[in-house]
Ligand binder design. Structure first.
Ligand code: BES
Ligand code: ZN
Ligand code: ZN
Length: 480
């Protein structure tokens, strides 16, 4: 499904190799003649060509020149992208096994290159008759300083991102809420995390009015899945809780989405998929941090029983919500999960959700829109993880005044506000249900791509998985 990355200590004859270097002088002897070395030097300096291909008839050699870029985050991202680009070239050359040859002590560069290459080799082809194109399925790393622990972590992370993408890419015809829950259960078994799924009866007994209301138009019951990783000696006394929006298909409900805007709405469970996959990666890596993931899931459809505008529902904590637009459903199911999170007495709760078109319009596919309450320091840490992984975060304000727009004449709150500042209004709605340090991440922009964007691919990107993993890994104290 995705290439395995393996460290090796010798280079077999006739291997396909990508040399990673800053300077042709660093290239090992015996692979290139002096004319080739001069050729590369000249073109790399003059026209800044950074990738060279040499056809040796029974194998290929490639040379990648790391560019000069003072910003370490930008540099790392450009190397990931080069890894992806070289993967496409390898596919064209029908190479399925490649060695990444680190010619200096370029550990960060080697890992970033491998990451981009591996993630760029993902395509969702389950429903295609047969796969015709070449794929790189083995990446071997030849590097003095790059250690097995880092490579192990990278493999875990790639596996988690790929699983997340596949959950997103699966259409609703396969991925209903109960099937989503079952997939998370499988992931829990694979990484020794504890998974539990509440069925509709249990959800009713917990009085999760938001999740039940959204589910009313559906023939398929909702689920509420928890995944917990509790290591023997966690660094945190109180758990970190992750909450993910799991709308397996968002038609808008009775406020049916117009035109084309419904066509990508199988992606509306990207937050839940990212939460499941992040906890999966944390558990696989056995990070000493206690984390819990909560994933409420349902589809949102019109139907004879569906919730309609004007309906007033009661949430798990007894507060009432006037539903004025059934397409603002994510916040309803998240509210139930946020209320539920309180029982863990969490040190921090982070929710991830494809929550608003407004976030998508504001920052496009490049950014995650964030808000926080009582978690200023944690959000700063998360922002630096955002730069590290290039899942960049833009903080929006969550000023008191934004609550004005959510006042209801009939209930405690209504589920939509004014036309402007939609992403913030949604965040403000969620904030009324929390009583702990909290960060809200609206991933509506980067979660799903209609057109391929380098190693992020096409379709579900897995946005949030690398971000959260990096954040938790840093909490664990040292690089594991
Ligand atoms: N799932 C959508 C948000 C969304 C839109 C995600 C586009 C990804 C791409 C969400 O449930 C929604 O429909 N939000 C409405 C809220 C509005 C009715 C207040 C929106 O943003 O238009
Ligand atoms: Zn919606
Ligand atoms: Zn939605």
């Amino acid at each position: 499904m995705h290439p395995d990355i393996v460290k090796i200590s010798r280079i077999p004859q006739k291997s396909n190799i990508v040399f990673i270097t800053r300077n042709p002088v660093k290239l090992p002897k015996g692979f290139f003649n002096s004319a080739e070395l001069t050729y590369m030097s000249t073109l790399n300096k003059g026209s800044k060509q950074d990738f060279f291909t040499f056809n040796r008839l029974d194998h290929w050699l490639f040379v990648y020149f790391i560019k000069e870029e003072p910003d370490q985050y930008k540099l790392k991202e450009s190397i990931r992208k080069s890894g992806e680009k070289s993967g496409l070239l390898l596919n064209e050359s029908k190479v399925s096994k490649v060695i990444i040859y680190d010619t200096g002590d370029y550990t960060m560069e080697t890992l970033a290159f491998a990451e981009g290459l591996a993630l760029g080799q993902y395509w969702f082809l389950k429903y295609k008759k047969k796969e015709e194109n070449n794929r790189v399925n083995e990446i071997l790393v030849f590097s003095g300083k790059t250690g097995n622990p880092e490579i192990r972590i990278l493999n875990i992370l790639i596996d988690a991102v790929v699983r997340c993408r596949t959950l997103i890419n699966e259409p609703n015809s396969f991925l209903t809420a109960p099937v989503f829950a079952r997939e998370i259960e499988k992931m829990g078994i694979a990484c020794s995390a504890t998974v539990e799924t509440f069925n509709k009866r249990k959800i009713e007994s917990l009085k999760m009015g938001g999740l039940l209301a959204v589910n009313k138009g559906s023939k398929i019951p909702p689920t509420f899945t928890t995944i917990e990783w509790k290591p023997a000696q966690p660094v945190n006394k109180k758990p970190i809780v992750l909450v993910g929006k799991g709308v397996v298909f968002d038609s808008g409900g009775m406020n049916l989405k117009p035109g084309d805007s419904m066509s990508t709405m199988k992606d509306d469970m990207s937050g839940a998929a990212a939460v499941g996959a992040a906890v999966y990666a944390i558990a696989c890596a056995k990070l000493p941090v206690h984390v819990i993931g909560l994933m409420p899931a349902t589809d949102n459809r019109p139907g004879p029983e569906a919730v309609v505008p004007g309906d007033i529902i009661k949430m798990q904590n007894g507060s009432t919500v006037e539903i004025l637009n059934t397409d603002a459903e994510g916040r309803l199911i998240l509210a139930d999960a946020l209320i539920y999170a309180s029982r863990y007495d969490p040190m921090l709760v982070i929710d991830l959700a494809t929550l608003t078109g407004s976030a998508l319009r504001a920052v496009g596919k490049y950014g995650i829109v964030a808000m926080q309450s009582n978690a200023e320091k944690e959000l700063e840490e998360l922002k630096s993880s955002g730069l590290e992984t290039y899942e960049r975060i833009v903080e929006f304000p969550i000023w008191d005044e934004y609550a004005e727009g959510l006042k209801s004449d009939l209930a405690d709150i209504k589920n939509i506000g004014p036309a402007e500042a939609g992403a913030i209004t949604a965040g403000k709605f969620l904030e009324t249900f929390i009583d702990y340090p909290w960060i809200h991440l609206d991933i509506a922009g980067p979660a799903f791509l209609e057109k391929r964007d380098s190693y992020r691919g096409q379709g579900g990107t897995g946005a949030g998985v690398r971000l959260i993993f990096d954040f938790i890994r840093k909490k664990a104290g040292k690089p594991q």
